[in-house]
Design a protein around this ligand. Sequence first.
Ligand SMILES: Nc1nc2c(ncn2[C@@H]2O[C@H](COP(=O)(O)OP(=O)(O)O)[C@@H](O)[C@H]2O)c(=O)[nH]1
Ligand SMILES: [Mg+2]
Length: 307
Amino acid sequence: MNGIESGLPIENIPENFKAGFIAIVGKPNVGKSTLMNALVGEKLSIVSHKASTTRNRIFGILSGENYQLVYSDTPGLIKPAYELQKTMMHFVDTALEDADIILAVTDCLKPGTDPELLEVISASALPKVLVINKIDKSTQEEIEQKISDWKAVLPDAEILAVSAKEKFNLDGLMALVLEKTPLSPPYYPMDQITEQSERFVAAEMIREQVFANTEKEVPYSTAVLVDSFKDTDELLRISAILYVERNSQKAIILGHQGSTIKKIATRARMEMEKFFDKKVFLETFVKVEEDWKREKRKLKRFGYSSS
Ligand SMILES: Nc1nc2c(ncn2[C@@H]2O[C@H](COP(=O)(O)OP(=O)(O)O)[C@@H](O)[C@H]2O)c(=O)[nH]1
Ligand SMILES: [Mg+2]
């Protein structure tokens, strides 16, 4: 790719311009999505206290005068139990294949190192930064212990303790990433912040509210498809279908007299209005699509195909 394709006239790209892909990987719930949003300064990836919320590879692009950092947020590392989870792990692999730098994220809530994470990153020769997140929740001793545990198993990695939520030490992290980013012209137009379509972003905002407002297997059985996205002068008209796997789940998402879906839609609409900076009219429908997360063909329809 050259500067013209990236939207910058080639003569305007400084010689010292740096650009690179940074894969954010780690176990579920360590704060990968929160970290990417904080690094990019935009809420691009949805966050939940429940594990395994992120299902795709989500791009977050941060451009400055002489750099462009393209972060990939990825699903948490798990042993896949069904087809959707296999695709999720495939997204992790492709993010790692494209990467210039690995940001391996862990937290300090439990002692020791994460064997799953270690296995994935030690196979790679790329520069690595091991990020110990959620230090707002731990003592100095716990943090020091964590650092020395990881030093012992990953002697080549830079190790940094941060809090994505409290935005603590993110400048330090950014400086470290930038130091390791190769010289390259930008890959994307300088004003682009993600690769996801507006439809995808809107669907994810609904899915985030499903995670926030329903329990147990329901959020894991829900896929959201935005089937219409119309930008008029005054407002965005968005229509979305929430697919669940069972009739019983449909009843849960709807809630008593439609109260749950109403809450989901209202909060999602508010998030959309913030993100798109425009008034949003949101229409939602709930449908049953049996066993969608176990069938390749259905996964493809819902945007979970990795090939
Ligand atoms: N206390 C604390 N909580 C955090 C921090 N970063 C993320 N979290 C919380 O951890 C949970 C999982 O975050 P998320 O970004 O979805 O994790 P992911 O599954 O790794 O993408 C959410 O409830 C976040 O609010 C942090 O630095 N400190
Ligand atoms: Mg996530």
